[in-house]
Structure formats: structure tokens, C-alpha cells
Design a binder for this molecule. Sequence first.
Ligand code: NAD
Length: 468
Amino acid sequence: MSDHQMIIGGKPQPASDHLDVENPATGDVAGRMPMGTRANLDAAVDAARTAFPGWAAAPDADRKAACHAIAAKIEEDGDALASLITSEQGKPLNGLGSRFEVGGCVGWAHATAELDLPVEVVQDDDQGRIEVHRKPVGVVGSITPWNWPVLIAVWHILPAVRAGNTVVIKPSPYTPLSTLRLVALMNEVLPAGVVNAVTGPDELGGAMSEHSGIDKIVFTGSIATGKKVMASAAGTLKRLTLELGGNDAGIVLPDADPKAIAEGLFWGAFINTGQTCGAMKRLYVHDSIHDAVCDALVEIAGRMPMGNGLSEENVLGPLSNKMQFDKVAGLVDDAKRNGGKILLGGDPKGGAGYFYPITFVSNVADGTRLVDEEQFGPVLPIIRYSDVDQIVAIANQNPHGLGGSVWSSDSAAAKKIAQRLECGSVWVNKHGAIQPNAPFGGVKSSGIGVEFGPEGLKEYTTIQTVFC
Ligand code: NAD
């Protein structure tokens, strides 16, 4: 089995130790992760610092062209990259799986290439001229999770380099291989040192957050780790973008048509087998159509094959690792003990791979862990309600604030209710849609800052106000 290597200063960097990366569908070894050290991290930061002045001063058109060239490289390598994602992360090649992830990378890279940072003129009169310029921050440290490893890496790296920064990325130890391949591809078109990759244990992430040579951290991951990043970044006053966990509510109003909305609800909850930050994780359904919505969801779930993602027929895969499998199983068991009624699933079959069946749990409410916490798996609690105002207030009591949706035959009425939800994105009759031209980020505990579009690009800059 060929080893993947870290990339530092434009060159592959061998490691003396490696850790096996497990294929979550089979338990086989998907590849070996280089165990990077603190010395490797320091070398990567040095390489990024050395490359920074040249890259920041490069003509804007060159950086734009480089981002388009990265998109083309990813597209050329699409099949290999998708297979690697499936092998280490588990999501199917097919459906909303790894080919979809790679396609998203290509689209996002092209769209980010086309973003600009024009000088803003805030005053130009006989009193003088005031311009607001955007400058790159410096060296950006990117720390990524395991659920959409390559797409999230693109979301971090592309705006950083587009704005003139250089980067050191550290992927999750569960899914490091596809990121190493991605960074190797980027290094075919970028000057040495502009994008560097180190892999290794979680501690390397902590070392990045406090590293004096890193100017900004962009972190996507859990709320608990996000708090640690923020605390350890304080010593060097780093700029931060934190994209953290979600526990998105979906609210179905009494006038919704259960059969018409069921497929949207299903994929809103179960994209990537539920392992998506902006997936629906609690579903509130009006009493008058509660049973019809449950029946429609159960019927759809029966038609969605789950299995090894390398087989084309599957559209759902395993949980990505044992930690996540145990967490999901524990939350379902807790709900059962507290009166939850299993409408489907809840009974993993055992055997190879971390497969947990699509599971719907009714007869639960806020106050149950499955409703209150982010389950991040193929399990949806369905909560019956009778008063819309009351359920909006209850949904808003949750400390998460990433996304939310309202489902109804009256889109205008649904939009008004959606806007009362305390979260960074809301959707009407759909859930989880994102686009490269629309800012995305969490409020409350779900994060600080946004990604995508001009607002996302500006997160990779500092302001210089020029009075002239
Ligand atoms: P995690 O917090 O366990 O790990 C994320 C990354 O942080 C990994 O690379 C890990 O190695 C690193 N890390 C661990 N300890 C660290 C420390 N002390 N300092 C710095 N880095 C450290 O998260 P995960 O389990 O990989 O990902 C799942 C979580 O990510 C979910 O909560 C999900 O909602 C969230 N997520 C959020 C978004 C978003 O855009 N808001 C997107 C995807 C995932």
C-alpha cells in the first residue's frame, strides 16, 4: 500500500511513524497517515511564512488564475479523489456522496477564484478621500473535520490563497489521506510553500492554535474543540473563523403536504448519513399531520440502500468511525430508556463496518439528549407539537444556531416563521442548501464568522483605512 506524504515547502515530507486509517465500511486499512511532529509543524509554518510576501504581492490576476487551475486539477483527478474519500470516510461514491463532494470542490474553487476585493471609497470630496483596502492576514492555519474532508479543505484554502495568504492545513486523523492528495494537486500549480499539509494527532491542532507563526485559524469541528481553539489562540490574538456543530430544527406546519415534503425532509436530515453540520437534527411536526409525516418518512427510508460506498447501488454509508457509532447508539438507547418510540431502525446488525440503520424516534421532546444534543448520524427525533409560537420558542432554547427550516404549503407564511429561528441560515421547504455566493455560518454556540461569498473572503483579510 502506497504511503501518503505530508507536503511542506512544495515537497513531500517523509515521516518516521505512521498510523493506519480505517475504512469504516469494512474495517480494512484504507491507507497510512504520516505522524507529523511539532518539528514538522514548525517547518510547515516557516515555509508558509517564507512564501507569504511573494504570494501576497503577486498580481491579483495570477492568484485568480491559480484558483481556477486548482479547480481544473481537482476535476482531472476526480475519480481517484472520490474513491479515496469513500475509502477513508465511508460516504458512497454515488448520490450525495464523494463524487458530489469532489464536484462541489471544483465548483467552489472556480466561484472563489471569481471573487474580488475591491477598494471601498467611503468618502471622496473636498474634505479628502478615504479608502478601505483589504490585505491578507498572513499565515492561515486550517483545521478540518472528518465529515466532508476535501470540500471543507477547499472552503478553507481557496479563499485564503485567493486573498493572498499562505496556508498550513491539518486534517482530521480519521480522514487525512484525501486532504494530502488534494494539497499535492494544489502544489502542482502553486508556488512552493503557499499551501502546506501536516498530519498527525489532535495535539498538532492545539499546537497550531497557539503557534506564534500563524496569524489566523479557520476551524471547522465540534463546539467543544472550537472552545479549546479559541482559548489557546488568545495568547497570540489570532483572527478566528469557527464553524462549529449544529442541531438544526425543522418545523412542519399543519398545512404542509406530508407526501410532498417527505423526500426533502429525508435528505435534509440524512445527507452523508446524517454526518453533516447543517443537516436537520430535530423535526417538529404539527399534531394534525404527525402520523402521516412519520409514515411518509418510514416509507422513503425503506427505499434507500445503505452499504459499502464503493458499490454503486448504495446511497447511504456507514458512520465514519467507532467514536461516532458509539455516540449515536448511546443517544438512541438513552431515548428508548426515556420513553422514545422507535418507528424504524434502532437495531444495528453488527458485523464489519460502522453501519447504523436509518432510525426515526417519536414520543420524545426537548429535555431528551437525542433532541438536545447534536447526534451527527442517521437518527431523527420527531417531536409532536400543537402550538406554533410555543414550538418556535422551544426550538430557540437550544444553544446551537447553525440552520433551521420551516415546511408549509404557504411559503410566505413559512418564511416569516423561519426568520424567527435563531440561526445563521434558514430555509423554506428545504434544508441544508448552501452556495458559494451566499454567506454561511453559525450564531450562538455554532460559530463565529462566515464562509462563502464576499463576506467569507473578507474573513481572510485585515482592513487598512487610507486617508489621502
Ligand atoms: P472535532 O472537533 O473532534 O475535530 C475537528 C478537528 O480539530 C480535527 O482535525 C481534530 O484533529 C482537531 N482537534 C482536536 N483537538 C484539537 C485541539 N485541542 N485544538 C485544535 N484542534 C484540535 O470535530 P469532528 O468530530 O472532526 O467533526 C464533527 C463536528 O464538526 C460536528 O460537531 C459538526 O457539526 C462540525 N462541523 C461543523 C461545520 C460547520 O460549517 N459549522 C461543518 C462540518 C462539521
